[in-house]
Design a protein around this ligand. Structure first.
Ligand code: KIV
Length: 270
């Protein structure tokens, strides 16, 4: 059961880190607007990720690449407005940090200043260590993201490739930690490897398609609520099936409008 709002303290980066030491598993969910953020916050999640998946699940693009920095800030502002307790983390979109540390500091700084979020996430480990270090030194908390990196889709040739190079994955995760990341997302990697990485790291690992051995889990909210259409990877569990409910409600509304039975007297003013 979710803690009542008065019992809950706000999540901060130090508390997020401490959860690992205390053996508390972390619950992370994506959010892109104030309404859903407020629901997930009330339900007791530890962190809300304004993921660049917004590009796909909200904007209707085929990849995460098109979403812009300004659009991420726009969504992050809404999520922050709807959130009272959860830590709000914002994805740095494609090409907002890859140019180098200076670009990354300027853009991550904009995200924190303009949205009020607490941290950024960026895709990369070893190759982004310099940038993670620069951001951390600028007091910008960074969550790293290793394993399958959706922003690398043009290099990978597809989005659902399980990453199995254990040495490289561990090197990436350790490099992110050494550079100052406060957490690391592990996406689409075998659970044995994710469990081994989690044991090596002092910072929390947050898995998606990486098994139960991680320190926490993240899912895209539309996927776990069953709102999506056709996305069905092995790791995805649907905790609700909202799509048919929405379709049914809208079909009934349409029928009643067309039949002239809505609005009836009960829903009309005299
Ligand atoms: O953009 C996103 O939603 C993510 C999660 C899938 C981890 O990066």
């Amino acid at each position: 059961m979710a803690a009542s709002p008065t019992e809950r303290t706000s999540m901060t980066v130090p508390r997020f880190l401490a959860a690992k030491q205390d053996g508390r598993r972390l619950v992370v969910l994506t959010a892109y607007d104030a309404l859903w953020a407020s629901l997930f916050d009330e339900a007791g999640v530890d962190a809300l990720l304004v993921g660049d998946t917004v590009s796909m699940v909200v904007q209707g693009n085929e990849t995460t690449l098109p979403v812009t920095l300004d659009e991420m800030i726009y969504h992050a502002k809404m999520v922050v407005r709807g959130t009272r307790h959860a830590l709000v983390i914002v994805d740095m979109p494609f090409m907002s940090f890859q140019v180098g540390p200076e670009q990354a500091i300027a853009n991550a700084g904009r995200i924190l200043k303009e949205s009020g979020a607490s941290a950024v996430k960026l895709e990369g480990g070893e190759h982004q260590a310099e940038t993670i270090r620069a951001l951390s030194r600028a007091d910008i908390p960074v969550m790293a993201h290793v394993g399958m990196k959706p922003q690398s889709i043009r290099m990978l040739g597809g989005m659902s490739r399980i990453q199995r190079d254990e040495d490289q994955l561990l090197t990436d995760a350790l490099a992110a930690q050494q550079a100052g990341a406060f957490a690391v997302v592990l996406e689409l990697i075998p659970q044995t490897i994710a469990t081994a990485i989690t044991a090596e790291l002092e910072i929390p690992t947050i898995g998606i398609g990486a098994g139960v051995g991680c320190d926490g889990q993240v899912l895209v909210n539309q996927d776990m609520l069953g709102l999506g259409n056709g996305f069905n990877p092995k790791f995805l569990k649907r905790f609700a099936n909202l799509r048919p409910l929405v379709l049914e409600a809208v079909a009934q509304y349409a029928d009643e409008v067309r039949a002239g039975s809505f609005p009836d007297d009960e829903h009309s003013h005299d």
